[in-house]
Design a protein around this ligand. Sequence first.
Ligand code: PHE
Length: 341
Amino acid sequence: MLDRIEAAYKEVESAIADSLAQVEDFRLKYLSKKGVLSSLMEEFRNVPAEQKRELGQKLNQLKIYVTERYNSLKDNVGNASNPELKSIDLTRSATPIATGSRHPISIVRNDIIRIFSDMGFSVAEGPEIEDDWHVFSSLNFAADHPARDMQDTFFIARNPVDVLLRTHTSSVQTRTMEKTEPPIRIVCPGRVYRNEAISARAHCFFHQIEGLYIDKNVSFADLKQVLLNFARQMFGPETKIRLRPSYFPFTEPSAEMDISCDICGGKGCAFCKETGWVEILGCGMVDPNVLKSCGIDPEIYSGYAFGLGIERITNLKYKVKDLRMFSENDVRFLAEFESAR
Ligand code: PHE
């Protein structure tokens, strides 16, 4: 009996029908009172009890299969004889489905991470909702420093400690130094928040990457070389850098780095305000007070840190003029970056 069931499967599988008459033949052959299924059912009655379970199951499956097959043969013939459906070209390729593309900020963030990881930096991350200690106090901000002011910082709660949206990714520096023994060599990408009026040039949130290197005998020359290497890989081998003295509470000495304007090649244009230079990051040697706050002995270790805005680098690389484009999710804008990779 098993053989007959198997044979019926094969036959049904290869059955074809080009006309309604042939579909009817199929029905008569397999599904009618005198058909194959009925005769198998009859035979089943005489099967010994111990085989009933297995064969009964098989027979049921065959019945389901034959019925499905019958329905699909019927549908096919029906469609083929329907003039409306006949005109459908089944060989035509399907309508293309729009695929997503990587967000420009992600593209640039990944590029930056790749450049630094090639130089031995690993990625560290931290929370966007932070406390005062990790964003300000541990980083040597005086109690009355204006950056703590409501104008810049979104506070979430003020008691018992200030809880706020981080204004920079330097908070991840602190978190990493607190729990890791030097040497430390990390980049920390992430979103940051500042209470700014939204315009083409400013937004209340943006993205930064912070870099930190702590070890014995780290010098400003190391910092400069790493940044030069980064600038050349990011903007091309001809790129020049310059460091201008600056001030950050957590670095001493501090500097801001400019690169030769990628848009006019340093000749002077509207983007670089005719100076030939554009500022891309802040940096400096980690202030000994910060090392001490995080439990690292400044007599033994020194280090540098730098922080850059990913939007700014993206603006430069892709010449995006309005910062708001990055968060509006206009697919026409986003799709332009599909081919950028
Ligand atoms: N945290 C600084 C900022 O947000 C950037 C910075 C990082 C400067 C590290 C120096 C060293 O502006």
